[in-house]
Design a protein around this ligand. Structure first.
Ligand code: SAM
Length: 205
């Protein structure tokens, strides 16, 4: 499925997502763990963060603000971004496809929680490279992926919509992190026996 089609399907779920997930703590422990690896300054030179596939709830954005970050969000769904902007008018949001979008700056933290797992398989490597290269020195990347040992593509239903998912597999993501100048700090099958994995990596100096 092309990213634009994924975006159209999420457009139809944007309001539902905001209502359903605004108070959800899903993934927040992982975000807190990732934040601990950053050199978050909490001074006037605030750390910067980007939430890739941020959705409409603003839940990652809120935690980042609480920790003193200046966050930004990007999402391919214009409806998700419209609702997220209403909730956090002070935050910069971009309606864009992470596959083609050029990051406007480097960040101290980049999160991609349950978003890049929707990319076509061929986009996984270039988008991981883009996110790793988009980190400042010692910057931290948090992302989720399918926890297979090799590449896989699957489809699944959610709230009446069908979505595609792809993964390079855990071994290849770990290898690529190293290739793209990052060190793996944490890998967790956080919903075992589900094949859902989150990874934290830090830009090597
Ligand atoms: C399962 S939702 C997760 C939303 C949010 N990260 C959260 O955890 O609440 C997936 C999000 O990723 C976005 N997304 C999917 N493909 C994308 C792409 N190519 N570029 C940017 N965002 C994308 C969707 O529009 C959707 O908002």
């Amino acid at each position: 499925m092309k990213p634009e089609e994924t975006g159209s399907r999420y457009d139809r779920l944007a309001l539902y997502w905001q209502k359903q997930h605004s108070n959800s703590t899903y993934g927040l422990a992982a975000l807190e763990r990732a934040i601990k690896f950053t050199e978050n300054k909490f001074t006037e030179n605030k750390s910067t963060a980007l939430d890739v596939g941020c959705g409409s709830s603003g839940r990652f954005i809120e935690v980042l603000i609480e920790h003193g970050f200046v966050p930004a969000g990007v999402d391919i769904s214009a409806e998700m971004i419209s609702l997220a902007s209403e909730r956090h008018p002070e935050v910069t949001f971009y309606a864009a496809d992470i596959c083609t979008w050029q990051l406007p700056q480097k960040y101290d933290l980049i999160s991609a929680w349950d978003s890049t797992f929707h990319l076509p398989l061929a986009e996984q490597k270039p988008v991981l490279k883009k996110m790793c290269e988009g980190l400042n020195s010692k910057g931290v990347l948090l992302f989720t992926c399918g926890g297979t040992s090799g590449p896989e593509e699957i489809s699944g239903g959610f709230e009446g919509e069908t979505f595609d998912y792809s993964t390079l597999g855990v071994n290849e993501f770990l290898r690529l992190m190293d290739e793209f100048g990052c060190t793996c700090k944490h890998v967790e099958y956080d919903q075992f026996p589900e094949n859902h994995v989150y990874m934290i990596a830090q830009k090597t100096e």
